[in-house]
Design a protein around this ligand. Structure first.
Ligand SMILES: [Zn+2]
Length: 191
């Protein structure tokens, strides 16, 4: 999937979680940091791809990407699996525990947002041609639908004309269904 599809999927997943969880009183700093963390999480699994959007968005990113690449075993290996989820969950928690106090944010909420983005990425990639090696190191790539030819080609017509607009609609629908909750959240900050 393309970077912007992952961004949108991560945002939709986060919106859904916010809409369906009991209200939490969080600071504006935590809210903004969580949103950013969700987008970073939504691109983080492609850390193993030297040309990934994540790297392109960073200065000198493609150089760093090429250095990381061999360590992660090439594209869609360890970072696109359950082992990857556990590793990134641990690593991001560790990082946040170090920088959380400086940022004055609720690290549990920021961490949850990062993980929501991360997992949404793997779910979205499952619908692509290449599939996802969920059970790495078992060398089998899972995909939906199971028939590979029916899956989505990254950057192809289906992704651009069906998946992306579909996600946009879904996100809008989440806000439409739960607009009271989002309004309440906004009011909490504006007053
Ligand atoms: Zn990916």
């Amino acid at each position: 999937m393309m970077g912007r599809t992952h961004d949108l999927a991560a945002f939709a997943a986060l919106s859904y979680m916010v809409a369906t969880q009991p209200p939490q009183s969080i600071t504006l700093a935590t809210g903004i940091t969580s949103l950013l963390a969700c987008f970073v999480g939504g691109l983080a699994p492609d850390i193993d791809q030297p040309t990934a959007d994540l790297w392109r968005r960073l200065p000198a990113g493609s150089v760093i990407g090429r250095i990381f690449h061999p360590f992660l075993g090439g594209h869609r290996y360890i970072s696109h699996s359950v082992v990857g989820i556990i590793f990134f969950a641990w690593f991001s928690k560790f990082l946040l525990s170090k920088i959380g106090q400086v940022l004055l944010v609720d690290i549990n909420i920021v961490w949850a947002a990062f993980m929501i983005g991360f997992i949404s990425h793997l779910i979205m990639d499952t619908f692509t041609h290449e599939g996802v090696p969920w059970l790495f190191p078992i060398p089998f790539r899972f995909g939906l639908p199971p028939l590979k030819m029916l899956r989505i080609k990254t950057g192809g017509f289906l992704e651009k004309s069906v998946v992306f607009p579909g996600l946009l609609f879904l996100t809008g629908y989440i806000y439409y269904l739960h607009y009271g909750k989002f309004l309440e959240l906004l009011r909490h900050y504006i007053k």
